[in-house]
Design a protein around this ligand. Structure first.
Ligand code: GTP
Ligand code: ZN
Length: 216
């Protein structure tokens, strides 16, 4: 049974070996949307709700939204492997936890934001990735039209695929504005989803330790 945890705050300085593997070049990629189509759609949408698309305040809204789409849906053409394949060799295979990774996503049913925190734990198999790369993987899946369950599974799948760890647990906690500002209107409601893989699967002791670390 594992009893030691390595969190971002607690990582000993000599934890990582000097060996560094850079497998792919990491670049900020600009996602290109069909701006003309988005702009047409926004104009129609505004007309549909009875707005005057030519009034001053709305004149630039279609192009503004098209630019915004490149940002908030930028994960659509990204693969987290670009980030997660940057790995370091480690001497110990103790659990790594990165918690409270803030994310903003868009619910695919209403195209309204849902946002919250992602918590990730994995038990390395001689390799770890850079700490920031875990947060980057979360971003790749947050910046698309999403549902929370799918996003949780996708993050766990990516960690399994690229790190080949002994175990993975991913937990997301989020507020869905489609449930708070409209519809059932229940502000403060949080949705919690989790996925366990490998040594975490069915190991309630290990899961409890992860949950405890997330809470502290
Ligand atoms: N499981 C899941 N449901 C989601 C997520 N985001 C939004 N939803 C739900 O998707 C459902 C869509 O239900 P519909 O009945 O088709 O749409 P609706 O009439 O707008 O539903 P209400 O929100 O109940 O008014 C709603 O219950 C939402 O709360 C998510 O990430 N996961
Ligand atoms: Zn929704």
């Amino acid at each position: 049974m594992l009893t030691d945890f390595i969190t971002i705050e607690q990582s000993p300085k000599n934890y990582l070996s000097s060996e560094f593997q850079e497998t792919k070049e990491e670049k900020e990629v600009v996602f290109l949307v069909d701006k003309q189509k988005v702009e047409q759609a926004v104009r129609l949408y505004l007309e549909g709700i009875g707005e005057d698309v030519n009034r001053e305040g709305l004149l630039d809204t279609p192009s503004r939204i098209a630019r915004m789409c490149e940002e908030i849906y930028g994960g659509l053409d990204q693969d987290p492997g670009v980030y997660l394949e940057k790995q370091f060799t480690v001497d110990s295979n103790e659990m790594v936890i990165e918690k409270d990774i803030t994310f903003y996503s868009t619910c695919e049913h209403h195209l309204l934001p849902f946002f919250g925190k992602a918590h990730i734990a994995y038990i390395p198999n001689e390799k770890v990735t850079g700490l920031s790369k875990l947060a980057r993987a979360v971003e790749v899946y947050a910046r698309r039209p999403q549902i929370q369950e799918k996003m949780t599974v996708q993050i766990a799948d990516a960690l399994e695929k690229y790190l080949n760890p002994k175990g993975v647990m991913v937990m997301l906690e989020a507020e869905h504005t489609c449930m708070t500002m409209r519809g059932i209107k229940k502000p403060g409601t949080k949705t919690v989803t989790s996925v366990t893989r490998g040594e975490f699967k069915g190991n309630y002791e290990l899961q409890k330790m992860f949950l405890q670390m997330v809470k502290d």
